[in-house]
Design a protein around this ligand. Structure first.
Ligand code: TXA
Ligand code: MG
Length: 352
């Protein structure tokens, strides 16, 4: 497996990786959300290799990445006839962490969108991803570059840990700035359905598109009929048992200390994640945001790296103070719920 330490403004650094992608090899690369495992989206053999390398269920469709809107014509049959609401979303959020479902072009490899007539499309804003997509000059299918069921990779070494023996190369671009996968939306004539929450929030979508926005989920209504196939699979899970605790901040902080003490007394190795003022003492098996930064943004960016590093350190339990479920916090909470396999608990009480 080849590793490129590329600079976005030096096309020569990326030329080989782009050529490999174009000609059917599979190459991981950074985006602002997570690392993707790329293949030429029109090359069925290359796309099939992605599924094999990841151990991904073959009915789970891939997101296709393009460099700019001129490439839309290679992923959807009538790019100039897309509804105004779709155009508004592209204007507002591309390049960026928003994936939009569009009618799929017949030239795409069938495995890109198995069993569905739509394809998820995104223009990433990471400079290396943009430069690579420009040079490859073809749409690139890229799911997150992890083994299926593992946390998504936000650093090149995460990709290597999962896939070094199964892929042709990796473009090392350091750590991803957002840290959680893109928001996936289906935009209809009179409503927007969020199939997977991400950094483009429900609030931002409502403002930019001017349509009601609903969030698909186990308890969602009408619009949820268009489910994202990926949601039914186990996801984002470390080896340790993850517990998520919600409630008034001081009550949660007290509860986390109590649970940590009890588990530790029974011989467990306990890691703790909480906001700055939650009483979590920083150390090798704990985390609080370092800078003067919102808990949600910092946790979103660091979460997958933390899950991997706590596993590596031998943690048996990871206790997490839940972020508030608004804005980007909703996306963070969505990933935590999956990592926790239902171990999401409400703490009663709000008195200090
Ligand atoms: O940020 C991201 O989206 C990253 C980077 C690499 O771009 N990619 C990513 O891909 O997270 P993946 O394959 O791990 O997640 C794609 C999700 C899956 O849950 C899949 O089911 C859903 O999007 N999806 C893709 N195409 C779809 C379609 N046509 N209809 C419904 N859901 C779709
Ligand atoms: Mg994934």
């Amino acid at each position: 497996m080849k590793v490129w330490h590329a600079r976005a403004h030096v096309p020569e650094d990326l030329r080989e990786a782009a050529e490999w992608l174009r000609s059917g090899r599979i190459v991981a690369f950074p985006t602002e959300t997570v690392y993707g495992l790329g293949a030429n989206a029109c090359d069925e053999a290359a796309v099939t290799r992605i599924f094999r390398a990841k151990g991904r269920p073959s009915d789970n469709p891939l997101i296709v990445h393009i460099a700019d809107r001129t490439q839309l014509a290679s992923v959807t049959p009538s790019p100039h006839q897309l509804p105004a609401a779709v155009q508004a979303a592209m204007d507002a959020f591309w390049p960026g962490p928003l994936t939009i479902l569009l009618p799929a072009h017949p030239g795409l490899a069938p495995s890109v969108h198995p069993g569905v007539a739509t394809v998820g499309v995104r223009i990433p804003r990471h400079p290396l991803a943009q430069a690579l997509l420009q040079l490859a000059d073809c749409p690139i299918a890229a799911p997150s570059a992890n083994k299926s069921g593992r946390p998504s990779p936000t650093q090149a070494n995460h990709v290597m840990a999962d896939l070094a023996d199964d892929i042709d190369g990796i473009v090392d671009g350091g750590a991803c700035s957002v840290g959680l996968e893109s928001t996936v939306v289906s935009i209809g004539a009179d409503a927007v359905v969020i199939l997977r929450p991400g950094a483009v929030t429900a609030e931002a979508l409502t403002t930019a598109i001017g349509l009601p926005v609903t969030i698909a989920g186990p308890n969602a209504d009408a619009g949820a009929a268009i489910a994202s196939p990926g949601l039914k699979y186990r996801h984002y899970a470390p080896d340790a048992e993850v517990q998520v605790w919600q409630g008034h901040p001081s009550a949660v902080a007290r509860q986390l200390r109590a649970v940590q003490a009890e588990l530790t007394a029974r011989g467990a190795v306990v890691a703790v994640i909480g906001p700055t003022d939650s009483g979590v003492v920083s150390g090798p098996l704990s985390w609080t945001p370092q800078r003067n930064e919102s808990y949600e943004l910092a946790l979103g960016r660091e979460l997958y790296a933390l899950l991997r590093s706590f596993d590596h350190a031998g943690a048996s339990h990871i206790l997490i103070h839940a972020p508030s479920p608004q804005g980007f916090g909703l996306a963070v909470l969505n990933r935590l719920e999956r990592a926790a396999h239902g171990r999401v608990y409400a703490v009663q009480g709000n008195v200090d």
